[in-house]
Design a protein around this ligand. Sequence first.
Ligand SMILES: Cc1cc2nc3c(=O)[nH]c(=O)nc-3n(C[C@H](O)[C@H](O)[C@H](O)COP(=O)(O)OP(=O)(O)OC[C@H]3O[C@@H](n4cnc5c(N)ncnc54)[C@H](O)[C@@H]3O)c2cc1C
Length: 464
Amino acid sequence: MRVAFSSSISGQKLLQCNAPTSRADRAVGLRVCAIKDGAVLDRKLRVAVIGGGPSGACTAETLASGGVETFLIERKLDNCKPCGGAIPLCMVDEFNIPAEIIDRKVTKMKMISPSNREVDVGKTLSETEYIGMCRREVLDAYLRDRAKSNGATVYNGLFMRMEKDGPEGGYTVHFNSYEEGGKVGKPQSIKVDAVVGADGANSRVAKEIDAGEYDYAIAFQERIRIPDDKMAYYMDLAEMYVGDDVSPDFYGWVFPKYDHVAVGTGTVINKSGIKQYQQATRDRSKVKTEGGKIIRVEAHPIPEHPRPRRAQGRVALVGDAAGYVTKCSGEGIYFAAKSGRMCAEAIVAGSKNGTRMVSEQDLNVYLSKFDTKYWLTYKVLDILQKVFYRSNPAREAFVEMCESEYVQRMTFDSYLYKTVVPGNPLDDAKLAFDTLGSLLRGNALRQGAKTVSFGSKQPEKVAA
Ligand SMILES: Cc1cc2nc3c(=O)[nH]c(=O)nc-3n(C[C@H](O)[C@H](O)[C@H](O)COP(=O)(O)OP(=O)(O)OC[C@H]3O[C@@H](n4cnc5c(N)ncnc54)[C@H](O)[C@@H]3O)c2cc1C
């Protein structure tokens, strides 16, 4: 028999609903009733955000500021995400990142070809333009704290699983809470109306909604503390190495951090060779990093494309969990933060500031806006990777092309401001001609003709 009751979490009164009948419900202590999409609520909409990286923190901040009762669950509050930590200027502006979060302002990017030809990129930057370099442990903690100060409840917990409470019901989210310390954690559950999966490349939320798999690259990185005189060289400079030795399909990097450099590389097509590519990246940068001490070794998957499904019911994926890293540059921080914010904005708008039940349709609004805004950026970078990272002659042509100030301006504008900048038709024609010349000189077209395909698809949208 079912009887009406009310309950509370963190002192918050919940709506009247049926008493828990199952053992699981009794353990949780309350139910979130079956409520139709769009129905008016007599409490705030409740959303759990799983994962407190840039995507989760930005989702939680926007939800909490928009009137939604928000629970952010992060397994490790001092998490040090393996990452180069490079962020574009638009991230600093749009997400109000304070100066102290940026370790280094890079204004010179050295592109280094397979034959060690060096081209300095950055000549076209104005005095106020730069690539921000940050440590993820610092950036993520700052964004999470900001979500908390805007009203999100932050739990230190490992999300385990969730279940749906009937066709129009909410979700019971189970996690191991580390709030009381200890390594094992204490099982805890909360009832929510919707869930945002921001739990990165190995997302458990994605598995829960059968979101499907994606191809991924494995990226390896060593953080190296180098002598002061060597660090001075990297003060405002980063390096990108290309060549079969450092990666068959990506690039090797040396990025400066606060008091050390991050040296790394990645690959999709030969993951078992990653250590050999890392050694080659170390060897190529050896003169400049000699005498350094390795202070951290880290590796992590990088998604190659969006998952086949990114929303189901009242559950949506954002950031790496959804698969939003660009090809060619391997950039994901901005897209993680942005997708989190866009998803939260759709929930806030759809629920009229947390006063109505949100629907799958609202989540599809987020997907459709994100795809419309960024599809071209992903597409262009995908093509660039296919054309220029496929053989050493093509990579030589790529580095040669970077000499052009026009190319530098276009590249930086696209990266820093996340717009595919329309060029000047005359300069575009000259660029096409020069590129073809570079490719022909390196005999690159013939070598890679069999492997290039321009047929990659637009990220799939979830059916309404
Ligand atoms: C080596 C490397 C270098 C990179 N360099 C750059 C770069 O220079 N610039 C750039 O823009 N991008 C870079 N990227 C990509 C970038 O790191 C990601 O795109 C970005 O971190 C995605 O953010 P996110 O919040 O979606 O996921 P993540 O940053 O992965 O955050 C996920 C969070 O969820 C938590 N979590 C996971 N599972 C659970 C669970 N079950 N319960 C609770 N919490 C959980 C994790 O602890 C983590 O804090 C790099 C990636 C790698 C691997």
